[in-house]
Structures are given as C-alpha cells and as structure tokens.
Design a protein around this ligand. Structure first.
Ligand code: NAG
Ligand code: NAG
Ligand code: NAG
Length: 601
C-alpha cells in the first residue's frame, strides 16, 4: 500500500526464525524482508484490525489507545531489540496489551480470555467474535463534503476510523483484504474529493469496493468454517480443487508443496492473527510468483505488484488455459489394475491426486461439485476394493461421476428456472420464507441478508456460460454463512446436521430440509403490526428493507401460515403504507390499519 505511511511494528524473533528456515534464494530473502517492512509500516492498521475484530464493542477511542501502546512498544524494541518483551510473537503482545487496558476486559466482558494463555487465549478471543453484527449501528455515512474535509484535515485519523468501522463489522475478513479495501477507499476519497459531484462519485466508486469486500468475506468465512468444523483435510481438499482449476499446468508435486504454505496461511488468517496471516499470505504468493513458469501464464502482472495487492490480484486472476497435451480423462484412477494398492499406500495423498487430476480437467465444475466427485470416488473404492475383482468394479467410476454431476446440474437448472419465472422480488420472498422456516432462530437481520444473497447468486449467475459453477459456488457460500464459523448456535438440529455432516454434500442436504418442527414461536411479536409514520419518510430501499423484515418476522411468529397468505399480508403492508401516508393523519390511520392486518394473521 504505497501511500500508507504508518508507524512500525517489530517481530524480531518471528522474523529471525522464519528467515533462517525459509530463505535459501536471494529473492526469498527479499520477499521476507519486504513483508517485514510492510508489517512495520502498517502497525497502526494491523493493531486496529485485530482489536476491532476481536472486541467489536470497543470504541474508537479505546482502539486509538491501543495503537498508541503498540507504537510505544515498537519504539522501545527498535531502540533495544534485546529487551525480553521484544522477542514475543506480535499477536501475543497485542492480546496482552488489550488485556492490560484498564477496565476494558470487564467493560466488554472478556476478562475470562485474559486469564488464559497461549493458544487457549487466542481461541477464547476468537470465540468472542460475533458474526451477527446486528448490535452495531449501520456504517455511519458522512456527508461527502464533510468526508473530504476530514480527510484533508487529518488523513491518518480518518483512515484509522474507516478501518476500525469496517473491521468491527467484518470480524472474519482477512487482514490483507481489509488493507486492500482501505487502500481503495483512500484512492476513491482522493479522486472523488476533486470532483464537482462528489456524492455521485462516491456512490459509483464505492460499489465495486463493497462488492469486493462482501465476496471476499463470504469466501473466507466459508473456508474458515470448513477448517473449524471439518479440520485440515477438508481445507486441503478445497484448496486442491481451487488451485488445480486455477493452475491446470502445475505438477502434483509442486501443488503439494504449495499446499503446505496455503494451509499454514489459513490457520493464521482464520484465527484472526493478522500478522501471521499477512506473512502466510506473502509466503504463498512468493512461492507462486517464484515458480510462475511452471504454475500459470496468467499472473505475470500480478507478481509485479506489491503487498497486499499482489495477493489479491493473484486470487482474482483468471484460470490458466488447460495444457494442450492434457488428455480429457485420466486413466490411472479408473483403468489401472492396482488402484486399490495405490490407495492403501497413502489414502490422503492418493485422494488429493485424484482430485487434482479431475479438477484440472474440469474448469466448468464448482468447488463443491469437485469435492462431491472425490467423495463418490472414495466411496466407490471402499466398495470395490473389497470385491474379488476390483478393476471390474471401479471401471464404471466415470459413469458415477457423470451421474453425480447431472444431478447437481438439474438442481441448478431448477433454481435458475425459478429465478427467471419469479423475478427478483418474488424470488427474494421465496427465499426469505424458506430460510426463515428452516432456521427461525437466526436473527431477522441475518435472514434478510441471506435471502438477498441467494437472489444475488441466482441473478448474477443464471444465463452465464459458466452458470453451473457460478450458481453452485455462490449458493454454497450462502449456506456457509448460514452455518456460521465459530458459533455453536441454537439452531434447528436438522440444519446443524447439514452444516456439520459433509461439507461437499451440504447443499443437497439442505435441499431436503423442511420447516423446523421443534421450533416454538414467540406468543407475541412486540410491535410487528404497529406501523409508524417513519414508513412514509423512508426511501424506497429502506421501505423494502422494512418489508423484508416484516415478512421474516411474520414467518417467525406464524411458521405454519401458507405462502399465499404471506403474500397477501405483504400486499396489505404495501397498501397500508400507501393509504396512510396519503391520509390526513397518518399516525391515526396506522393505528387503525395495523390491528386489521394483525387480525388476518
Ligand atoms: C459475559 O461473558 C460470560 C462468559 O462468556 C457470559 O456467561 C455472560 O453472560 C456475559 N455477560 C454479558 C453481560 O454479556
Ligand atoms: C501421506 O501423504 C501425505 C501428503 O503427501 C503426508 O503428509 C503423510 O504423512 C502421508 N501419510 C503416510 C501415512 O505416509
Ligand atoms: C461423462 O461425461 C463426459 C462429458 O459430458 C463424456 O465425454 C463422457 O463420455 C461421459 N462418460 C460416461 C462413461 O458416461
């Protein structure tokens, strides 16, 4: 991030051990020291990200206090790096300092974390993160003129505040992504503050940044959820599928060595250790760029960029072309005589290699679909390797793969047809009702968010040439959000079962779900049918939001109510708003009409 001049950060020991074990080539040394420098220069931001993600309730003033503490720590260590406290890991130092802020652990209820040590402590803070940020006010929006003035007067505090506000609302987003968002935000601010029509400029330029943040957040949460719920192996398989599709040229051996770096990166990033995350990411990207020639032809420009843009650029780069000499089928796994022996030698690496060979040949499939096929193959071998003539049995594997894919294709086609038949608005209501029925325990905020995401997935993907992979990937991400990362939440046990049983087949598990039978609705819903004049002042989007929330809350209150009646209640809602906002005394009108709607329900 070239324009970000912030104070330094010191992680001597960390740096030292890593440079000793890692760097054999001059370029490597270069990358490690560039990363170190980057971390040093961005200590303020990194401190804010870690603190605001762990303790989302903390005020900006409290966060600023910690930044000051960490800066002093840095200065002390820069002056004398032999001080004992200077050899600790950066994240540990930070957590200690958070705990040492007077009165804060009690105020924000995390004292129990402070009495723990090492990994336990880190995990305790991790579990303190709340995915549902409904307890925070919406992101404050300043008037554009005011924004530009603040930026001009105090750039650092302005940007700090922005990172703080974004981080606490996105507690699971990886630090490099947040830093990229901050850099783009500053770029946007610079450009737009020069413009005549500032408001319009901010609106247009903010949109892609928000989309980028949302997409990254959704993906990262999903992968971390998989790591936490299913462990390292599922994480590795996800990465095998993604990397093999993206880099079909890579050799399996090279992929295996890359995977080690990728997996260790996710540990740091998912736990919220921003420093380790940045280093891990940087290591992966150096690895990829160093071996570019044997990995991909599509990343040359990315590799010329700096941290953190380099990583973000590689992640969003296109899939490389399939090597010309790559046959459409890999016979080794279905036609060889000794498949079972090879599998038994090392199941994990055998399955990874299968997934690699299948994924690099099938850029048109989604990640979950590739994992499903690996699952089908694994099950088939379990069966076949017990028979008298295994080769005869697994010879038909490809047929099974095709069946699996056809089944998934049909589901996607059905979803896309529904999307086209219903149109955007009705499609949203469809999902709001469906999601609320299966998971009525989720907050209204979460449910409306998930419903909208479903609609975005379908309206974005259906009719695209890569329709299948797009829909399947995105819808799976929405389910990943629904399943959550770190919470053991009180949710429909059937939903919980789908979330925890099999990552690859999560979506088909959800297909079969029905309304939560054990759910006991609240006896009343305070204020649900009490409408107010604020509805008349609400902008179109705001009104729509209220309508969505109304629908979700009605379903929470009356989960058995037929869909047709729900639709009619929605129409009533709209009619009441139109009627009362035109009436002489809107409030009196609402008081009269509200109970009428309630009576119908
Ligand atoms: C504080 O945290 C403890 C332990 O996690 C929890 O039992 C308690 O309900 C929390 N109190 C508040 C006010 O959130
Ligand atoms: C199997 O292969 C994986 C990956 O190559 C390796 O990490 C693991 O130690 C091997 N397991 C056995 C039992 O050899
Ligand atoms: C599986 O599907 C692929 C692609 O549609 C096709 O080329 C292949 O012949 C099919 N194989 C079998 C055994 O059905």
């Amino acid at each position: 991030m070239k324009q970000l001049k912030l104070t330094g950060f010191v992680i001597f020991l960390f740096f030292l051990t890593e440079s000793l074990t890692l760097s054999t080539k001059p370029q490597d040394v270069d990358d490690v020291s560039i990363t170190k420098k980057f971390i040093e220069e961005n200590v303020g931001y990194i401190t804010i990200i870690i603190f605001a993600q762990y303790i989302q309730e903390a005020s900006f003033e409290e966060v600023e206090m910690l930044v000051k503490t960490m800066t002093e720590y840095r200065d002390k260590c820069l002056a004398d790096m032999t001080l004992p406290e200077c050899s600790e890991l950066a994240n540990d130092v930070l957590l200690e300092n958070i705990c040492a802020l007077e009165g804060l652990p009690q105020k924000h209820n995390f004292s129990h974390c402070c009495s723990k040590v090492d990994l336990e402590k880190k995990l305790c803070f991790f579990h303190h993160k709340k995915a549902d940020v409904g307890f925070l006010p919406p992101l404050p929006t300043l008037d554009p003129e005011e924004k530009c003035q603040t930026y001009k007067n105090n750039r650092e505090s302005f940007l700090n505040n922005y990172i703080y506000e974004v981080s606490r609302r996105n507690p699971f987003v990886f630090a490099p992504t947040l830093l990229t968002v901050a850099a783009r935000f500053e770029e946007m601010t610079k450009t737009c503050c020069e413009e005549q029509d500032k408001a319009n400029c901010f609106r247009t330029k903010a949109e892609p940044v928000i989309q980028y943040l949302k997409a990254s957040s959704s993906f990262q949460k999903n992968v971390c959820g998989a790591l936490i719920k299913f462990g390292l192996q599922v994480l590795e398989f996800i990465n095998v599928a993604i990397l093999s599709q993206k880099f079909p040229k890579i050799e399996f051996k090279e992929l295996t060595s890359l995977l080690e770096d990728v997996s260790s990166k996710y540990h740091g990033c998912c736990e919220g250790d921003a420093v380790q995350c940045i280093r891990g990411r940087s290591k992966v990207m150096s690895h990829i760029c160093l071996k570019q020639d044997s990995i991909s032809s599509k990343i040359k420009e990315c590799c010329e960029k700096k941290i953190p843009e380099r990583g973000e650029c590689i992640i969003s780069s296109n899939k490389d072309d399939r090597p010309k000499d790559l046959s459409l089928r890999e016979a080794k796994f279905t036609e060889s005589e000794n498949v079972c022996e090879e599998r038994d030698a090392n199941q994990t690496s055998f399955m990874a290699e299968f997934l690699y060979e299948y994924s690099r040949r099938h850029p048109e499939l989604s990640t979950p679909e590739l994992l499903r096929i690996a699952g089908v193959y694994e099950d088939l071998l379990k069966e076949c390797c017990h028979t008298e003539n295994p080769p005869d049995c697994y010879r038909h594997a490809e047929h099974r793969f095709n069946e699996t894919t056809e089944k998934s294709l049909k589901i996607v086609q059905r979803e896309c047809e529904r999307s086209q038949n219903l149109g955007k608005e009705d499609l949203k209501y469809y999902y709001l009702i469906k999601l609320t029925k299966i998971a009525p325990q989720l907050s209204t905020e979460e449910l409306t968010f998930l419903g909208k995401e479903m609609v975005t997935a379908l309206t974005t993907c259906c009719t695209l040439s890569e329709e299948f992979a797009c829909v399947d990937n995105l819808m799976d991400l929405v389910l990943g959000e629904l399943c959550g990362i770190n919470e053991n939440r009180n949710i429909n046990p059937d939903v919980d079962h789908c979330c925890k049983t099999n990552f690859a087949f999560r979506r088909s598990c959800f297909e079969g779900l029905e309304a939560d039978k054990a759910y006991v609705p609240p006896s009343t819903f305070q204020g649900l049918f009490t409408f107010h004049t604020d509805l008349c002042q609400a902008h179109k989007e705001e009104l729509q939001r209220k309508k969505d929330r109304f629908l979700v809350n009605v379903v929470k209150l009356k989960p058995d109510i037929p869909d047709a009646e729900l639709r009619s209640l929605l129409t009533d809602f709209t009619n009441v708003v139109v009627k009362c906002c035109q009436a002489e005394g809107p409030e009196a009108c609402f008081n009269e009409e509200g109970p009428k709607v309630a009576a119908k329900c």
